[in-house]
Design a protein around this ligand. Structure first.
Ligand code: CP
Ligand code: NVA
Length: 300
């Protein structure tokens, strides 16, 4: 009933969500939720895209959304997550939660009787991963055999969810980052059960044969205390014009945004002809509509 991790969905279920996104995009399907459906967006961390796209997704599906900054709630005065979840379930039909600690999201979901969607935690960003793979399938007209090189901080949420979703769908991953900052072992092991994940510390090797060059901020939300150290450590993994020469000639560039130009990616590459980051951002709205429809059908 919940969507907390890419692991909550099988390959067939992901494909069903992609089909729903196609239907919605083509304006073909009857895409409304039961009248008066409400989504609570319970956010501990900042957000631009995820918040706005979920709000618009609900309004396009005929429902409503309520944005709640946890700092303004009784959670900030110590009300337990479990009580908050039990109470929210009495009022709303879905919750999309963005939390610092994945365990807090699990605790919330365990106490919720309505579907809970992970809108990003320290460990995962599963709605982003679905929008990303959908974007790739449209850009490359296939998924099987596509190779994504993810550069920089390969031990974080976006990378964890992307490697699970990619390998489930037959997409290869190359993780390119410093040896002393390896990927999360649980996510790596799981992704390798599904498919190919290679690890490199040199950009030249890691980007070889890549159809997609993907990067994300060097300093994820919650890691601000180590910002300087991270920027230094990851600097040689910047996606720039020189790095792109190592990849396939028609390789596309992806980034979940917000982008920090001059750090993990240069402005010319982000704005250049190979960048598909704006399609990625646009597809978040479509995939969130599809995820909400899918969860509502499943929990009906
Ligand atoms: N890509 C993404 O999740 O962006 P926001 O942090 O703006 O929601
Ligand atoms: N890895 C980034 C993703 C932001 C959308 C973060 O957690 O800050």
């Amino acid at each position: 009933m919940h969507f907390l991790s890419v692991n909550d969905l099988s390959r067939d279920q992901i494909n069903k969500i992609f089909d729903l996104a196609d239907e919605i995009n083509a304006g073909r399907s009857v895409t409304s939720l039961k009248s008066g459906s409400t989504l609570a967006l319970l956010f501990e961390k900042p957000s631009t895209r995820t918040r706005v796209s979920f709000e618009v997704a609900m309004s396009r599906l005929g429902g409503k959304s309520i944005y709640i900054d946890t700092k303004t709630t009784q959670m900030s005065r110590g009300e337990p997550i479990s009580d908050t979840a039990r109470m929210m379930s009495l009022y709303v039909d879905f919750v999309a939660a963005r939390m610092y600690h994945h365990e807090d999201l699990l605790e919330f979901a365990n106490n919720s009787t309505v579907p809970v969607i992970n809108a990003l935690t320290d460990l995962e960003h599963p709605t982003q991963a679905l929008a990303d793979l959908y974007t790739i399938s449209n850009a490359k007209r296939r998924l099987k055999g596509v190779r994504i090189a993810f550069t920089g901080d390969i031990a974080q949420n976006t990378c964890n969810s992307l490697m699970l979703a990619a390998t489930k769908l037959g997409v290869e991953m190359a993780l390119v980052g410093p040896k002393n900052f390896p990927p999360n072992p649980q996510y790596l092991t799981r992704a390798r059960e599904y498919g190919v994940v290679d690890i490199f510390d040199a950009m030249e090797d890691g980007l070889a044969n890549a159809d997609i060059v993907y990067t994300d901020t060097f300093v994820s939300m919650g890691n601000e205390n180590d910002a300087e150290q991270r920027r230094k450590m990851f600097s040689k993994y910047q996606v720039n014009a020189k790095a792109l020469q190592y990849a396939e000639k028609d390789a596309s560039v992806m980034h979940p945004l917000p982008a920090f130009r001059g750090q993990e990616i240069t402005a010319d590459v982000l704005e250049g002809s190979r960048s598909i980051v704006w399609d990625q951002a646009r597809n978040k709205l479509l995939l969130e509509q599809a995820i909400l429809m899918y969860l509502s059908e499943k929990s009906a």
